[in-house]
Design a protein around this ligand. Structure first.
Ligand code: GLU
Length: 306
């Protein structure tokens, strides 16, 4: 990554106890920043307060500390930053880029082409050109979500791990939600504001978010913020090749911390990712010196039977 002093971060959503997939991301984000002598920040993405109870946020912080992670500033909680998101939202509104969308979940679903496969659904634009009267009329019935209007523009960047990536905003993403109908600000908006205001220079996260990155770059540039470097990482699967999810309780830290020490868990992750030849106990700090992105696998990582 770049020669400027790095600022990395880990930004979990605490809707469940951290699992090995989250921890792989924390590990690589930490090693990437620290191996450049950089700073490391922790951000709790608990915007969706009903799904992310306080206790789970606190548990995530404790779990990371137990594993040996240290951060250079007090952890930031998105649930406490609504005013900051609102100010940015209003700036985007004043640029004429935001419009209300009254589509219900069912309408959005019905408008989708079948066989999308893995691709994210692209919004068809049903509410993109409503008149003031239509907006007033529909507002009586339901509270709208707010979408950001995107141009027909290619956004390209080079991922630090997967290489060149390009999307056309209008064709591949569509106008996207920056405030939900329940009033909560959207992930895409909050994440870029926080990364920008905290001076984050490198974003390391799962490849499931790769396709959000052009939207985030567009938002950053529109708001006049610098664009960080991005490195997306492979996803972790269980020993049968199934993607880890919050429901896999046996691979989350409540179960793992009863069976393994922090050093054993770190060794499991480091060896699975390609940073160690075999699974053995290691400290976080001992992995910094030899960290190299070139060693990290690109294909999804299958955990051994544990
Ligand atoms: N909060 C997101 C997650 O837990 C990660 C967001 C990001 O790293 O940009 O999947």
């Amino acid at each position: 990554m770049s020669a400027a002093p790095a600022v990395g971060r880990f930004a979990p959503t605490p809707s469940g106890r951290l699992h090995l997939g989250n921890l792989l991301c924390a590990l690589l984000a930490y090693l990437s920043a620290r191996s450049e002598g950089g700073r490391f920040l922790l951000r709790i993405e608990d915007l969706d307060v009903p799904r992310c109870p306080r206790a789970l946020a606190g548990q995530a912080v404790d779990d990371l500390a137990w594993l040996g992670f240290r951060w250079d500033e007090p952890p930031l909680c998105q649930s406490e930053r609504t005013d900051i998101y609102r100010q940015h939202f209003e700036r985007l509104e004043s640029m004429g880029l935001v419009y209300p969308c009254f589509c219900t979940r069912a309408q959005l679903h019905a408008a989708l082409a079948p066989n999308l496969g893995d691709r994210e659904p692209v919004y068809g634009g049903a509410c993109a050109h409503l008149t003031a009267e239509q907006i007033a009329e529909r507002s009586k019935l339901r509270r709208p979500a707010m979408r950001l209007r995107v141009p027909d523009m290619d956004v390209a960047f080079t991922d630090g791990h997967y290489g060149p990536f390009c999307e056309n905003l209008a064709r591949d993403c569509g106008d996207f939600i920056i405030r939900r109908s329940d009033g909560l600000f959207g992930y895409q908006l909050a994440v870029v504001i926080d990364d920008a205001l905290c001076g984050v220079t490198q974003v390391v996260r799962g490849r499931d978010i790769l396709a959000s990155t052009p939207r985030q770059i567009f938002l950053l540039k529109t708001l006049g913020y610098p664009v960080p470097e991005y490195a997306h990482i492979p996803l972790l699967t269980d020993s049968r090749g199934r993607r880890l999810a919050k429901r896999d309780r046996d691979l989350d830290l409540s179960a793992l911390s009863r069976r393994f020490s922090p050093e054993e868990i770190l060794g499991l992750l480091a060896s699975s990712a390609g940073l160690l030849p075999e699974w053995r106990p290691v400290t976080l700090e001992s992995l910094i010196k030899d960290f190299d992105w070139a060693k990290v696998k690109q294909a999804d990582i299958r955990l051994p039977e544990i």
